[in-house]
Design a protein around this ligand. Structure first.
Ligand code: BG6
Length: 504
């Protein structure tokens, strides 16, 4: 995340090594992001991409496949000379974690390659592979010394999500990686932190004088975090059925939003201070007893319906999903944070697949004003004071407040003050990965998850995972594809006298 006062500079020479180079993520996001960085002049002068393949593949075939992917997924018109420059520096090497000897060969190949390319020994290993391969690859890299930092050269490891499937597995994975690499070398990606509007939460809170004094339990009634998706599970049945909405979205994406909105002001804008504050606030989420976890959550599964004019079948009929699956495709939770700033303020989180709208937002509901002087008006119908941080699709900030309707009598109506990014700033269309990849190359891990932050996130959701597992099919509710989600999620808020902000 380049400092506002500094123009982004070219990173030091480096070798960008991709495990999983033939996969979807590399084609869809990593290469298009590298292309965009090249177009903006933000790739190192001495740079090379090393694609690691399991079995022999010609460099030309790999290059062609990545070029096809770029043409398909590029966010900007592809300029041939830029694309050729990026993919022209591609080298294809073989390694397979199930064949340790292949890593010895890999290590030797690096020495030669780095001398030829002048990348000064700086290496970034990007693991765009299934999570079960994170530890075996890292262990092999460690064994042959490819991750050892020496003679001023840096060695970094980028790990995609999901990072673990529960608290125990996340701890175990952290343990394995940290045996081989130091925390400063590990970049755990959460693509939500690549979104401009998510990064802006910090700036909104801490670069303005007017929000911080009211950003606490004295003035804030409750906070709603919504990540609703129209997408159904589609071809991801096997991954999703073993994962579910809670694991897929909450300890990572929703908790990134939650922690940025609730953290204490860091003393410095650096990775150590920011990530410490984020981990602290996640660790302060109150642990719920099993009966509380059940009472404070809703899990739903979609059945057939229509999203727009597109018919969507039952989740249980999705390829690779068990016909009697109890995996949730929708989750809503009520959480509380046990610290001086937030004690007593409820946080309502919801996320789901196959819903009627794609919406990502954080809505901060302020306490109601005493309306005694307006008794003559139906005060219960007055608009509520919300500050809404829109992440998708409308990127911006909206403040909702009451105003007098012009006329001889006092009549009140709710209005909105809106800031939209696109009205002020012209940003080149991006994949959302450019900042993250650039930051890895310049060694800034402020936008990456630290081990303690990941574990604090899993710790907070573990009671829900345990309670839901025990309850089995009991308590799993249905909702129609294309709807706003299960009615039970409305009841979760209604119980506290609240309602979800209407999404439009
Ligand atoms: C991914 C999840 O991490 O995030 C997907 O695995 C989900 O299931 C996606 O669709 C949502 O990301 P975004 O940026 O579209 O909100």
């Amino acid at each position: 995340m380049a400092d506002a006062s500094n123009k982004p500079h070219k990173p030091e020479p480096c070798c960008f090594v991709i495990f999983g180079v033939t996969g979807d993520l590399t084609h869809r996001l990593v290469i298009p992001a590298l292309y965009n960085l090249a177009e903006s002049g933000l790739l190192p002068e001495q740079f090379c991409i090393v694609g690691i393949v399991r079995k022999q593949m010609s460099e030309d075939d790999l290059r062609q496949s990545l070029m096809d992917g770029l043409n398909k997924h590029a966010t900007r018109p592809v300029k041939t000379e830029v694309a050729q420059k990026v993919l022209g520096c591609l080298t294809c090497l073989e390694a397979d974690p199930s064949d340790p000897a292949s890593f010895d060969t890999l290590s030797k190949a690096f020495e030669k390659l780095e001398t030829a390319k002048g990348t000064c020994g700086n290496r970034l290993f990007y693991l765009a592979v299934p999570p079960t391969a994170f530890a075996p690859i890292t262990e092999q890299l460690g064994r042959v010394g490819l991750l050892r930092e020496a003679n001023g050269a840096w060695r970094r490891l980028v790990v995609e999500k999901p990072f673990g499937t529960d608290l125990a597995s996340a701890k175990a994975l952290n343990g394995k990686l940290l045996k081989i690499a130091d925390e400063h070398q590990i970049y755990r990606i959460d693509h939500y932190l690549g979104k401009e509007t998510v990064q802006n939460i910090l700036v909104l809170r801490f670069a303005n004088g007017m929000f911080e004094p009211i950003w606490n339990r004295n003035h804030i009634d409750h906070i709603q975090i919504t990540v609703d998706e129209k997408l159904a599970v589609g071809h991801r049945g096997s991954f999703y059925d073993a994962t579910g909405a809670l694991r897929d979205m909450v300890p990572n994406h929703l908790f990134q939003l939650l922690s940025l909105v609730t953290m204490e002001p860091p003393t410095r804008f650096d990775a150590r201070a920011v990530r410490s504050e984020k981990a602290e606030v996640l660790a302060a989420i109150q642990t719920q007893r099993p009966e509380e976890a059940l009472r404070n959550s809703v899990r739903g599964q979609y059945h057939a319906g229509k999203i727009g004019d597109q018919a969507v079948g039952d989740y249980r009929k999705t390829p690779d999903v068990k016909p009697d699956s109890t995996t949730e495709t929708y989750a809503a939770l009520k959480l509380t944070i046990d610290n001086w700033r937030w004690a007593g303020v409820p946080f309502y989180l919801r996320t789901g697949k196959a819903l009627g709208l794609k919406r990502t937002e954080v809505a901060i509901k302020f306490k109601q004003a005493p309306f005694a002087m307006f008794r003559a008006t139906p005060v219960d119908q007055l608009s509520q004071n919300y500050l809404v941080i829109g992440i998708e699709p409308a990127e911006g900030i909206t403040l909702q407040f009451n105003t007098k309707v012009p006329g001889p009598t006092i009549s009140i109506d709710g209005v909105e003050m809106k800031f939209r990014y696109k009205d002020y700033f012209k940003a080149a269309p991006s994949t959302g990965y450019e900042t993250l990849i650039y930051d890895c190359m310049i060694g800034d891990n402020i936008l990456f998850q630290r081990a303690d932050g990941v574990e604090a996130g899993w710790q907070a959701v573990q009671p829900f995972l345990d309670a839901w597992k025990k309850a089995g099919a009991d308590g799993l509710v249905g909702y129609e594809a294309g709807s706003e989600g299960p009615a039970e999620a409305d009841a979760l808020l209604a119980r506290d006298g609240h309602n979800w902000r209407k999404l439009t």
